[in-house]
Design a protein around this ligand. Sequence first.
Ligand code: NAX
Length: 326
Amino acid sequence: MKAPVRVAVTGAAGQISYSLIFRIASGSMLGPDQPVILQLLEIPPAMNALQGVLMELKDCAFPLVAGVIPSDDPNVAFKDADFALLVGSRPRGPGMERSDLLKANGAIFTVQGKALSDHANPDCRVLVVGNPANTNALILLKSAPKLNPRHITSMTRLDHNRSMAQIADKVGCHSSDVEQVVVWGNHSSTQYPDISYATAAGKPVRTAVADDWYKNDFIPTVQKRGAAIIKARGASSAASAANAAVEHMRDWALGSKGQWVSMGVYSKGNPYGIDEDLMFSFPITCEHGEWQIVGGLDRDAFSMDMIKKTEQELQAEREAIADMFK
Ligand code: NAX
């Protein structure tokens, strides 16, 4: 058995974490031979609910759990963390503008960035799930000077998995036979789920489906899937978001085995001419604990236009938080 690694999870008493923590503890994220010490962060009003999660975690008697540290102090929860999954964030309240939401979350992600920078393992791999995930991750990156900017990422894996599932339904194959899907840009309704290079059971998808289905059905369905789930369930995606977070971290840590995945990463030095100071979702492969952008993909006029729109939205979000870094 390997030595335990420390995995910090924020928003630990929330609904995503209610799936996520148990998946991490069971070995789904880092493998069946990797013990974990779980360091769980919540805010004071939720510490009681977190106690309930701890009791259930204990009752699972997971062999891989080498310790559990609950805390309402980021300096404690991030101490020596090797992995950090930042799920907790401030939800949009009634009458709250997007810029207010960005600022409210800015307060959380500057503090957590500093705490990670000061106390985590300097090699810590960070995934931001809490919305607005890309810009929260950018705030964190700018607040965490001791972390490697390449080790701060945001989650678009749920959008990626949703895209694979929609394609599989359409062409009549299993979702695991769908490859080379790309989600570009922001985890928001401007995201661009791109099937230009996708294959299903080895055959190109783009020519197998009607243009009308692609542009007027598939893209809006993926973009608005979160809202459709809220409408049906009365609560936002939780188990599927936790699954996406597990897969994001698993592929990053253990390799994507040649498969393309979508990850929000820092855009500095990107090969597609995207603004170099954004957290932007690209086609990615992972190997030996590092990610690489898949380069050299041709993009037609439609794709260029879609990518520009999501880039512009991220630039506007960055503008809304610019005051924090003056
Ligand atoms: P919940 O409201 O159920 O849980 C959030 C938890 O975070 C709460 O228990 C709260 O007390 C805690 N929290 C708030 N501020 C905190 C802080 N400063 N430090 C530590 N904990 C804090 O939300 P849940 O459904 O779990 O969703 C969590 C976040 O994920 C939301 O921002 C949501 O919008 C976002 N999502 C992101 C997705 C993505 O693909 N990137 C998809 C799913 C989800 O919508």
